[in-house]
Design a binder for this molecule. Structure first.
Ligand SMILES: [Zn+2]
Length: 156
């Protein structure tokens, strides 16, 4: 049962990883990260569902765009896999499993993921543009404040 649980966590992780690669690419350009369709950065061809499966699309397409055959940078794949492993590792360390889903552990888990998202986006965008991204920093500050408020609430 736990293998099933960790598989779901891993899939969630690589899905977030896929979102990170998109966000790192789009945020500095001021592009929408939620609504507009994903497209190939080279040929601008709109990507369909089969092109967007984290990790698997990369492997099945041989690391190339289906339409223009431009090589997709392996760092996308690496980030997806790292995210998947990180999500599983944190779940393991917090002893999250099907039989042990306490609300406190879930909230802790959620905060660790939110902070992880912050660091990935901050470092990822800084690597791409050599600049710290202001909206990402604001996001980090908000998560931090939320966490402090949460700690305050549970202390009482
Ligand atoms: Zn392309």
């Amino acid at each position: 049962m736990n293998i099933f649980f960790y598989t779901i966590i891993f899939i969630m992780g690589i899905t977030f990883g896929s979102f990170y690669t998109l966000a790192v690419y789009r945020i500095p350009k001021g592009e929408d990260i939620t609504h507009t369709h994903s497209y190939c950065p080279n040929c601008k061809h709109k990507l369909n569902v089969l092109d967007l499966i984290p990790v698997f699309s990369y492997i099945f397409l041989g690391g190339k765009c289906r339409y223009c055959k431009q090589k997709i940078r392996p760092r996308y794949l690496i980030l997806e896999v790292i995210s998947g492993i990180f999500f599983m590792l944190v779940a393991y360390l917090l002893e999250l499993n099907i039989y042990n889903l306490h609300i406190a552990s879930i909230i802790n888990y959620a905060f660790i993921i939110l902070f992880f998202t912050f660091f990935v986006l901050l470092i990822g965008i800084a690597k791409e543009t050599k600049k710290m991204n202001k909206p990402v920093i604001i996001y980090g500050v908000i998560v931090l404040i939320m966490y402090i408020v949460y700690l305050y609430i549970i202390k009482k």
